[in-house]
Design a protein around this ligand. Structure first.
Ligand SMILES: CC(=O)N[C@H]1[C@@H](OP(=O)(O)OP(=O)(O)OC[C@H]2O[C@@H](n3ccc(=O)[nH]c3=O)[C@H](O)[C@@H]2O)O[C@H](CO)[C@@H](O)[C@@H]1O[C@H](C)C(=O)N[C@@H](C)C(=O)N[C@H](CCC(=O)N[C@@H](CCC[C@@H](N)C(=O)O)C(=O)O)C(=O)O
Ligand SMILES: Nc1ncnc2c1ncn2[C@@H]1O[C@H](COP(=O)(O)OP(=O)(O)OP(=O)(O)O)[C@@H](O)[C@H]1O
Ligand SMILES: C[C@@H](N)C(=O)N[C@H](C)C(=O)O
Length: 452
């Protein structure tokens, strides 16, 4: 059980039905199609549907109470005793309920934001925290104004540590999430270029990510990418831990070594760690998790064991096998210039393949910076790459730039996923490695599915 309708009535006092009764609520749902047991249905007005139109289905699927926009007509089928809590805005009510529940349970809360590495770092932190604490963490990428409240409201009452991914694409979004979550600890993984179309500049991105401190309780610490100049304003602040590769960071990362299936590194205290991810950026992501684990008094040996048992959310540099035993890297959940370059750098260092193919798509939400950012991807593509396939109007700039470099890379641009998948057929064998990387909107998984 999460809470009772009686508890809800202490938060939303405008209601009908028998809210004072201790009707137990086991889960909160926003989708009427979800079969539930004693759920609270919160209808959300979205881009395509108004959840209020589906109350009957929610009721039939197990809803025993609802939060309702007071300006919407309540359907007549509902029993008079059915608890209905009337509000001005159901999305804000969802967020208010989550904020109240966070305070009610009062776990240690860790918030993670940044342009790249949020989901990976969330998974790493969750992995180490689970070794010693009852931990609840964001599922997948549920990191926005709906996903974060739903994550909080899915937390078991006995939760000791709550790990929350906080995403944004505009100013004010992280502040709203931070004021719901009230994080004791916060992480800013890095400042890249994601969503720069709406933030205007990297300085704007840094400003938006820095909003994560607005809700912090003061009980813990802010962990930042210590090598990022745009976060230097935090260097003089109390309770700030700088993690990074440069000398002078609070937690310095040294001796990074990337092997076939893991990245090893040594921290300034001499302790060695290894994470089953490829790339120096993951040494930083793992260092955030290690530092938090130490702050939470988790033993170093336990930390390494937890890092090794990482359960990474899919489509983040995910190695899969395809037709004719071709090796596929599905890094196609999303993309930014920073993460695309990081992925290519890792591919260039990987051994055991005679042919390395990059399949790159558009990076969206870059606004006026789009062409220059796409062209900058060519800067990291050298003759250790065999073939470059591109799809998307923006990615065409990568192709044109690499072609002009005449560095021996076979370049081809495609108009459709089908044509690109067909173009890959020739290369599908056990000695070939193919990297797929593009923004979420490009849905590159549909190409991968064609060569599995
Ligand atoms: C509101 C919602 O959950 N919508 C999901 C729904 O979309 P759909 O178009 O089908 O419905 P509507 O949104 O129009 O419907 C409104 C509600 O009606 C419900 N409903 C509908 C039909 C029905 O028969 N019965 C119903 O009850 C419906 O459930 C709605 O509640 O389904 C889609 C497909 O599954 C979902 O994709 C869609 O989810 C939206 C996008 C969403 O925001 N979901 C969050 C839970 C979430 O966290 N999603 C994450 C991705 C978050 C993200 O993109 N993060 C950004 C950073 C933040 C940027 C921020 N500015 C933003 O815009 O989000 C990032 O870069 O990481 C995820 O899905 O992984
Ligand atoms: N610090 C980093 N710098 C550059 N790339 C990174 C970093 N951390 C992770 N990546 C890469 O970025 C991609 C996305 O990783 P992840 O999903 O963890 O980030 P995210 O911040 O959640 O992204 P998004 O906001 O797009 O969902 C992956 O390819 C991952 O390997
Ligand atoms: C959903 C939104 N925040 C996002 O990640 N956009 C990327 C760039 C996309 O939709 O492709």
């Amino acid at each position: 059980m999460l809470f009772t309708t009686n508890w809800i009535s202490t938060i939303f006092r405008n209601y009908s039905g028998v809210a004072e009764d201790t009707i137990q609520i086991n889960e909160v749902v926003t989708d009427s199609r979800t079969r539930s047991s004693k759920s609270l249905f919160i209808p959300i007005v979205g881009e395509n549907f108004d959840g209020h139109d589906f109350i009957k289905q929610a009721f039939d699927n197990g809803a025993v109470a609802t939060i309702w926009n007071k300006n919407k007509e309540l359907p007549s089928f509902l029993p008079t005793e059915f608890p209905v809590f009337f509000v001005d805005d159901t999305l804000r009510a969802l967020q208010g309920l989550a904020a109240a529940y966070r305070k009610e349970i009062d776990p240690v809360v860790i918030g993670i934001t940044g342009s790249n590495g949020k989901t990976t770092t969330k998974d790493l932190i969750a992995s180490v925290m689970k070794s010693s604490y009852k931990t609840h963490a964001t599922n997948g990428n549920f990191n926005n104004e709906i996903g974060l409240p739903l994550t909080v409201l899915a937390m078991d009452r006995k939760t000791e540590v709550l790990v929350l991914e906080m995403g944004m694409s505009n100013f004010g979004e992280i502040e709203r999430l931070s004021k719901i979550a009230l994080p004791d600890y916060a992480v800013i993984t890095n400042i890249g270029e994601s969503h720069i179309e709406y933030l205007g500049s990297r300085e704007g991105i840094a400003k938006a990510k820095s909003e994560i401190v607005t809700g912090m309780t003061g009980n813990g610490y802010l962990l930042i990418d210590g090598d990022e100049p745009l976060l230097s304003a935090f260097h003089s602040k109390d309770r700030v831990i700088r993690c990074g590769f440069n000398t002078g960071n609070t937690v310095e990362i040294n001796q990074v070594k990337i092997s076939q299936d893991h990245t090893g590194f040594v921290l300034a205290d001499g302790a060695s760690y290894s994470v089953p991810l490829l790339g120096s950026h993951h040494a930083l992501n793992a260092t955030f998790a290690i530092t938090l684990a130490k702050l939470m008094s988790i033993d170093s040996g336990v930390i390494q064991q937890a890092l090794s048992s990482l359960q990474l959310t899919s489509m983040r540099f995910e190695m899969v096998s395809g037709r004719n035993d071709v090796s596929i890297i599905n890094d196609a959940y999303n993309a930014s210039p920073t993460s695309m370059k990081a992925a290519i750098d890792v591919v260039k260092q990987m051994s055991g393949f005679s042919t390395k193919i990059l399949v790159l798509g558009d990076i969206l939400e870059l606004g006026e910076h789009a062409q220059s950012f796409h062209e900058s991807i060519a800067d990291v593509i050298d003759d250790s790459v065999s073939v470059l396939f591109t799809l998307g109007d923006q990615a065409k700039s990568i192709n044109k730039k690499v072609t002009a470099m005449e560095n021996g890379v076979v370049c081809k641009h495609f108009s459709t996923k089908e044509e690109l998948a067909h173009g890959l057929e020739f290369y599908l064998n056990k000695d070939t490695l193919v990297l797929f990387k593009a923004s979420r909107g490009m849905q590159f998984e549909k190409i991968i599915d064609k060569i599995k």
